[in-house]
Design a protein around this ligand. Structure first.
Ligand code: MN
Ligand code: MN
Length: 456
């Protein structure tokens, strides 16, 4: 067995590892949605001297630091390198949306003296994991006059929380015989939100009382939910995990852990040879669709605009940039879990503490849907990692035919980029609380720094 990251660190590096992870833990706790992740990322970028591309003028020079915010849910940031942009970029990519439940457009209803907000889940979840636990509401309500009301209830001290109910064990004889996929069904994920009736109101008085509260506190009418995006996410902070605090338990490591480490690596990098880029994309958990997903033309449009600034704004130049670029498409991978050996293949699994992991391919059922990195490119990545003393491992997404998954890698590979899946392994993927090793978080950050600096 290879040594773990832990065994290779001296005292000073150990402190750096713990400090970096504490910054991540706090960032994750206040960045549960793609929108809050973008807001907090922009804050980090601006502190580091990055400016919105539209705030700058003229040709971009080596050392310039720019970003573009796409609709508050998708972000890309660049530090311009010494070489011409058409020589290609080194790209760090990750997604910042996470599985959750979203409020429906007509969510409010009263039943039996209680008022509920109806939801539709987002991404792949085991629904039974999301009941009987505190939930927070985060998102925006967009009003017809253009005002946007930020909603964040359940994560601040003194806030109330919300929740989906489960059936008491005493009456669960039938429920416990159901297959797990049916134990809690999608339409049962309705958030309990109140129980006091509005005095003097005959029809749905508890609903009327909730609407009164929403009007008074947030200036929201019932119809405003039509143009809202409100996510019900697990309430509470990410926490240190284990007696030795070697791990972090938190909501949304998939894939905010790769998003944060990629962004920090870009921010902490010196002027590179090749332009370095960090892409934080939305909608990966539902197929990367839409204008904020990785399939959007947004990223290509931004590069074309940068080329235009330099008098190179042609389709040919855009294709040169894309074809000459290298990417680490980072997404969480599966941490070996001794509780479930039946779906793991130990020689090709990722383990906590063994560093960043590389998946040459993802996919399911015979690598289906995977872009499968070229061996030549994998060799270049290995060289950069080993020259920089990065601890890394390789893995697959479980046993052959046990299941699988996909990432944004193929979308960039389709643009003719060299792309490999990389990332940090997690336990409990897509559960309300996922677990990562701090050693892997730190080592991924170091690996991204090395990639930006040395990939040629
Ligand atoms: Mn993911
Ligand atoms: Mn996922």
């Amino acid at each position: 067995m290879n040594k773990t990251v832990w065994e290779k660190l001296n005292e000073e590096q150990m402190k750096e590892l713990m400090d970096f992870n504490e910054e991540y833990r706090q960032f994750l706790s206040r960045s549960k949605t793609e929108r809050t992740f973008v807001i907090n990322s922009v804050e980090l970028l601006r502190k580091a001297g990055y400016r919105e591309l539209s705030e700058t003028e003229g040709a971009l020079q080596a050392g310039d630091k720019v970003y573009v915010n796409n609709r508050g849910k998708n972000l890309c940031a660049f530090i311009i390198g010494k070489q011409d942009l058409t020589k290609g970029m080194n790209v760090l990519g990750a997604h910042i949306d996470s599985p959750r439940t979203d409020l429906k457009q007509k969510p409010v209803y009263e039943s039996n003296g209680m008022v509920y907000l109806d939801t539709h889940y987002y991404g792949g979840i085991k629904k039974y994991q999301w009941v009987a636990r505190p939930m927070a509401l985060q998102g925006v309500v967009c009003k017809k006059d253009g005002t946007v009301i930020d909603i964040s209830i359940g994560d601040n001290p003194g806030d109330p929380v919300f929740g989906f109910s489960d059936l008491l064990i005493h009456l669960s004889a039938d429920q416990l015989q159901k297959p797990a996929a049916k134990v809690i069904e999608g339409e049962q994920l309705d958030l309990l939100c109140g129980s006091i009736p509005l005095k003097g109101e005959e029809k749905d008085p508890v609903k009327a009382n909730l609407l009164k509260i929403l009007k008074e506190k947030y200036d929201i009418e019932e119809d405003d939910f039509i143009s809202a995006e409100i996510e019900a996410v697990p309430a509470g902070e990410a926490r240190d995990y284990g007696f030795d605090s070697s791990m972090i338990l938190g909501y949304g490591h998939d894939d905010k852990v790769c998003g944060y480490t990629s962004l920090r690596a870009l921010i902490d990098s010196d002027i590179p040879e090749k332009t370095a880029c960090c892409i934080l994309s939305d909608k990966e958990e539902v197929g990367s669709m839409g204008n904020t997903g990785m399939q959007s033309r947004f990223f290509e449009n931004v590069i074309l605009e940068m080329l235009e600034r330099n008098g190179q704004g042609t389709f040919r130049a855009l294709n040169q940039v894309l074809s000459n670029s290298a990417m680490l498409s980072s997404d969480v991978s599966i941490a070996y879990d001794p509780n479930f050996p039946e779906v793991m293949e130990p020689r090709n699994s990722a383990y906590f503490g063994k560093g960043i992991c590389f998946n040459k391919f993802t996919g399911r059922g015979g690598k289906g849907g995977s872009s499968d990195a070229n061996a030549e490119y994998v060799a270049r990545v290995r060289r950069v990692m080993e020259d920089s003393g990065i601890t890394y491992q390789t893995c697959e997404l479980g046993k052959v035919d046990a299941g699988g998954g996909g990432t944004i890698a193929y979308i960039l590979a389709n643009l003719n980029m060299d792309v490999i899946d990389a990332g940090i392994c997690v336990q409990n993927m897509h559960a309300p609380f996922e677990v990562v090793s701090k050693a892997d978080v730190y080592e991924a950050y170091r690996a991204y720094m090395a990639f930006v600096k040395d990939m040629d």
